[in-house]
Design a protein around this ligand. Structure first.
Ligand code: IMP
Length: 509
């Protein structure tokens, strides 16, 4: 028998064949068939675009939610090649200040260092060392992060001390080298070099701690080669606003503060309110890209593109904290929404972000395979060190709060702007989300590389070396997919074991 030609051996379906009219498909309802591997996963290229004029090295974007994205998340993600969208459940001045914090950020200043108070014990340092792997800790008078600095405890102060109950005031180094608030990173690093210290606290005029610089950072991560930066070398940041006319003032403050992209945030983005806002933004600030949404059908996408959208945000109801589809009877299964919207957006040259419903690396890969240029995640980034809120313990498990912006709790603080279009519609609140908690996922510095490697390996299994090629294969039908029956989905998950340990980092599925 001669060699069969590739076409005869084609198995499964193209995406266009899989997504039949009248049926909503979720990420878990289908699987991507493997391709041929002739490259290493490290060579998989994940560069993409968030909006028309904003490129990204990684397709990861954090949701504008008050338990997900403030400046720490936006800085952390932008340093690594993704992007954060700042939430607007705050005053105009507060949100603009968040933008400024990201734009002013110079990699290397640790703005929320771990600190201890003088009454705390050597064993507290031991605990921090065990958890974070470092031991140079500023001691502030009252033990708070912006308290007056009175000393520093380093390994050398405590390594030969047998009594771990001794208080830090007895062992700390009081003879301090500090830097003045406002010095540049270069000056701070010069100080590290000339003083030969491991860590130097940066303090304000009253001696209060502003930040910390560390020798280890200077050596190890002076540069983030993949950082999402603007033409001036500052980190990029996006920020969300509502569709209400009053938020024109918010938009102006954000632009003034240097925001790179404005995300017009509405649960149902196909409204005259959103179109009006979009047209006003494009006419007033043509230099700023605008991401519009949320929408899930081609007709909706077309209207937003016609009004000037530079990017589309796709998803209605798939979010982990979301009850929209149950309450409103409106929405769309997310895989279908992404595929159908992407068909139109691709033809019009507008990038699209798949928003919500991502609970594991495979969902990211599937969203991209269906035509999304990037993926927006709330659940996946909630519970990282950079998400707002403090950790707490429940039954010995370390957790953080995560809530929908239309949960009653978040609406009480203004989150309903995304869901009701006029301020006087607020009297009766119909929740479209819940408030809960998620597992600790650690710092972005370790979590994002884990996501990146997982995604690269996923694309390698598909036999595709880049996101650009993935979209080409989607378009040509070379990418082969298959529906999974209910039994196939059970078969594809963990089953039959008496017990097992959850996958790392709080991933579901
Ligand atoms: P997740 O990544 O599955 O947790 O979904 C996050 C997305 O859910 C956000 O980016 C929003 O689009 C959406 N979302 C945020 N808050 C709510 C809510 O209260 N109800 C419904 N959807 C929400």
């Amino acid at each position: 028998m001669g060699r069969a030609n590739e076409g005869d051996l084609r198995d499964g379906l193209s995406a266009a064949e899989l997504f039949v009219p009248g049926e909503g498909v979720a990420y878990d309802d289908f699987i991507v068939l493997p391709g041929h591997i002739d490259f290493h996963f490290q060579d998989v290229e994940l560069s993409t675009r968030f909006t028309r004029r904003v490129p990204l090295r990684l397709p990861f974007v954090s949701s504008p939610m008050d338990t997900v994205t403030e400046h720490a998340m936006a800085i952390g993600l932008a340093c690594l090649g993704g992007l954060g969208v700042l939430h607007y459940n705050n005053s105009v001045a507060e949100q603009a200040e968040e933008v400024r914090k990201v734009k002013r950020y110079e990699n290397g200043f640790i703005t929320r260092p771990v600190v201890l108070g003088p009454q705390q014990k050597i064993k507290d340092v031991d605990e921090i060392k065990a958890r974070y792997g470092f031991s140079g800790i500023p001691i502030t008078e009252d033990g708070t992060v912006h308290g007056r600095v009175i000393g520093i405890v380093t390994n050398r102060d405590i390594e030969f001390e047998p009594d771990r109950e001794r208080s830090l005031s007895e062992v700390m180094t009081r003879d301090l080298v500090t830097g003045k608030a406002g010095i540049t990173l270069r000056q701070a690093y010069d100080l590290l070099r000339s003083s030969k210290k491991g860590k130097i606290p940066i303090v304000d005029e009253a001696g209060r701690l502003v930040s910390l610089v560390s020798r280890r950072d200077m050596v190890k991560r002076r540069d983030y080669p993949d950082a999402t930066k603007d033409s001036r070398g500052q980190l990029r940041v996006a920020a969300a606003i509502s569709t209400r006319d009053e938020d024109r003032e918010r938009a102006s403050a954000l632009v003034e503060a240097g925001v790179d992209v404005i995300v017009v945030d509405a649960a149902q983005g196909d409204s005259v309110y959103e179109l009006r806002m979009l047209e006003w933004l494009k006419a007033t600030y043509p230099q700023v890209d605008v991401m519009a949404g949320n929408v899930v059908t081609q007709a909706q996408c077309a209207r937003l593109i016609d009004a000037g959208a530079d990017g589309l945000r796709i998803g209605m109801g798939p979010g982990s904290i979301c009850t929209t589809q149950g309450t409103m009877a409106v929405g769309r299964a997310q895989a279908t929404a992404v595929f159908q919207s992407a068909r139109l957006a691709r033809a019009r040259g507008v990038p699209l972000i798949a928003d919500g419903g991502v609970a594991q690396i495979g969902h990211i890969a599937k969203a991209l395979a269906l035509g999304a240029s990037s993926v927006m995640m709330g659940y996946m980034f909630a519970g990282t060190e950079e998400s707002p809120g403090e950790y707490f313990y429940e039954n010995g498990v370390r957790l953080k709060r995560y809530r929908g912006m239309a949960s009653l709790e978040a609406m009480a603080r203004g989150g309903e702007k995304r869901y009701v279009t006029k301020a006087d519609d607020r009297k009766i609140k119909v929740a479209q989300g819940v408030a809960g908690s998620v597992l600790d996922k650690g710092p972005l510095e370790t979590y994002v590389p884990y996501l990146v490697q997982g995604l690269r390996q996923s694309l390698q299994d598909m036999g595709v070396r880049s996101l650009a090629l993935l979209h080409e294969q989607l378009e040509s039908g070379a990418l082969r997919l298959e529906r999974r029956s209910h039994a196939a989905q059970i078969e594809g998950g963990v089953h039959g074991l008496y017990s097992y340990t959850e996958s790392q980092l709080g991933m579901r599925g």
